[in-house]
Design a protein around this ligand. Structure first.
Ligand SMILES: NC(=O)c1ccc[n+]([C@@H]2O[C@H](COP(=O)([O-])OP(=O)(O)OC[C@H]3O[C@@H](n4cnc5c(N)ncnc54)[C@H](O)[C@@H]3O)[C@@H](O)[C@H]2O)c1
Length: 263
């Protein structure tokens, strides 16, 4: 498939770009930053929050799908979070409509449900329960995706990513880790699943101690292979572990992240 990867210069973007190319996809990169060294395909240096710049990028070549990874992966003011996650998503969706592109894979986050108390396995029917304005931005972006699926019959997969890392480094990651290889598996599955409509999947590896249900991912063909448990004996206990395990959002759901909506 010809795929526009936004945020392609970022940590997930660089891994996904290489992984999709390995799987035979043709990747067009887009980021506010220039292309990383070694990227040889088409690159658009543009801001996804600028609808005209996004339209220009779509007009430059035909596309079969979009992987939307551009966004600030941390807490921010409410306005910045909405721009970074909701405005960018809407700009891409409008450009998809204008250019008849019908598949988008969105990097949502576990923080969309981060304030959910840590008890039972959480599945795709969990109510939104953001822990931060970052999480609010992801919830609202998911709502925009759902609306465009209902209105226009496109396919949109929101991947609520846990902790994307080469390997787990805290006890929480035993539940939340997403390995690099599984991330590529997930994005490839989301791009190629037959008629998923709107789907929420949890972006974690096949972790023995997972807090999120892998079944919604399996329904779109995501078969994770890695397990954070393989690293368990290397993870030191820390004083913060108990507070971070109270809600699924971990540190983002603790008081340290309380802040007003406006700077
Ligand atoms: N890393 C994780 O564990 C994790 C977990 C959950 C969700 N996510 C989501 O995955 C996505 C990628 O995260 P990451 O860890 O690779 O972050 P990153 O900061 O490494 O990469 C994000 C990239 O997006 C670009 N970008 C940001 N805003 C942009 C805009 N408006 N227009 C164009 N480019 C823009 C940045 O320049 C950067 O290259 C983010 O949406 C993040 O919220 C990440």
């Amino acid at each position: 498939m010809k795929v526009l990867v936004t945020g392609a210069a970022g940590s997930i973007g660089q891994v996904v770009t290489l992984g999709l190319i390995d799987r035979g996809h043709h990747v067009i990169g887009l980021d506010r930053l220039p292309a990383p060294d070694g990227f040889e395909g088409t690159w658009h240096t543009a801001d996804c929050a600028d609808p005209d710049a996004v339209l220009d990028a779509f007009a430059a070549q035909p596309l079969d799908g979009v992987v939307h990874l551009a966004g600030h992966p941390d807490e921010a003011s409410l306005g910045d979070a909405l721009t970074s996650h909701v405005v960018t998503t809407a700009a891409l969706l409008d450009a998809m409509g204008a250019h008849e592109v019908s598949r988008i894979v969105f990097a949502s986050s576990n923080h969309a449900v981060g304030r959910t108390p840590r008890r039972d396995l959480i599945s795709d029917d969990a109510l939104p329960r953001p822990d931060t304005f970052y999480g609010v931005g992801k919830v609202a972006a998911e709502a925009v995706l759902q609306m465009y699926v209902d209105r226009y019959g496109i396919d949109a997969i929101a991947c609520r990513i846990g902790s994307f890392l080469p390997e787990p480094i805290t006890r929480r990651h035993l539940a939340t880790w997403l390995s690099h290889d599984d991330c590529v598996r997930m994005v490839h599955a989301a791009l190629t699943a037959t008629a998923p409509g709107y789907a929420v999947v949890y972006g974690i590896s096949a972790n023995t101690e997972a807090w999120w249900d892998l079944e919604p991912g399996r329904r779109i063909g995501y078969q994770p292979q890695d397990d954070a448990a393989a690293f368990a004996d290397r993870l030191p206990e820390r004083p913060e572990d108990e507070a971070e395990a109270a809600h699924v959002g971990g540190p983002f759901a603790t008081e340290a992240f309380h802040r007003p909506a406006f700077d």
